[in-house]
Ligand binder design. Structure first.
Ligand SMILES: Nc1ncnc2c1ncn2[C@@H]1O[C@H](COP(=O)(O)OP(=O)(O)O)[C@@H](O)[C@H]1O
Ligand SMILES: [Mg+2]
Length: 235
């Protein structure tokens, strides 16, 4: 089958929350495309629609109008595409990194990462190796056998990141992934994202407030009042 040359295609994407007088248009007519291996930053003030954009692409927030195409598959066209298996798409194509991490409290750090892998068909041995590799890359090698309750906020965030990246998703969406981290761990996370873009050809979109991070990205989309107000190319 023909593989699309884009990992993400967004056409006239609009999201309106609520109806009638209380309706809020959080996103208007967004248009852009992201290629495999591209690392894209989304910058913009609070309330400008960054999270809405990410969750509409990530199949967790139904777009009101417009099209979203992931890896050549149309997932939304004025609402969800009929017949689309959203759960399957999310599991197989997407990796999310959000600020609020929800680790499974009765599983160890390593098991939390392994679950994501085993759901997608890796054997236990493969899942073990891959989880250790990821956790080491995120400076969590010493935490594999701990339970989430023993971790600091920054450590929990990094476990959630390891879990989101476990399946080598073609699209990685991150909402301020370094906000809760110190400088060193923030840098580790950015380095890992860059490495994934290159080695796995993942398309990666990262919401950030941190202008110091901008040099890490191939492209920067500026969001303002629900619109894509500008684009900068670093390549
Ligand atoms: N679930 C919701 N219901 C109603 N309005 C919402 C909802 N989520 C976000 N909004 C509104 O949509 C706009 C964009 O929000 P958001 O996408 O969270 O912006 P950002 O992530 O840039 O801070 C804001 O005006 C916000 O209040
Ligand atoms: Mg937000």
């Amino acid at each position: 089958m023909d593989k699309s040359m884009y990992a993400i295609e967004v056409e006239n994407l609009t999201k309106i929350y609520g109806k009638g007088e209380t309706a809020v248009t959080a996103l208007r007519d967004a248009n852009f495309k992201v290629r495999p291996g591209e690392l894209v930053a989304i910058l913009g003030p609070s309330g400008s629609g960054k999270t809405t954009l990410l969750t509409c692409i990530g199949l967790i927030n139904e777009p009101t109008h417009g099209r979203v195409v992931i890896d050549g598959t149309a997932v939304a066209d004025d609402g969800w595409q009929s017949g689309i298996d959203l759960k399957k798409m999310r599991r197989e194509k997407l990796g999310f990194i959000f600020q609020a991490h929800n680790l499974i409290p009765f599983l160890t750090v390593q098991e939390n990462v392994m679950v994501a892998l085993e759901i997608n068909g890796l054997t236990r041995a493969e899942a073990k190796n891959r989880s250790v590799e990821l956790l080491n890359a995120l400076n969590l090698g010493h935490r594999v056998n701990n339970y989430p309750s023993a971790l600091s906020g920054g450590e929990s965030q990094r476990v959630a990141i390891a879990r989101a990246l476990a399946n080598r998703p073609s699209v990685i969406l991150a909402d301020e992934p370094t906000a809760a981290l110190d400088t060193e761990n923030g840098k580790n996370v950015m380095d890992l994202l860059k490495k994934l873009a290159v080695e796995n050809h993942s398309a990666i979109m990262v919401v950030t407030h941190d202008h110091r991070m901008v040099e890490n990205f191939d492209r920067i989309l500026q969001v303002s009042d629900g619109r894509i107000a500008g684009e900068t190319n670093n390549m």
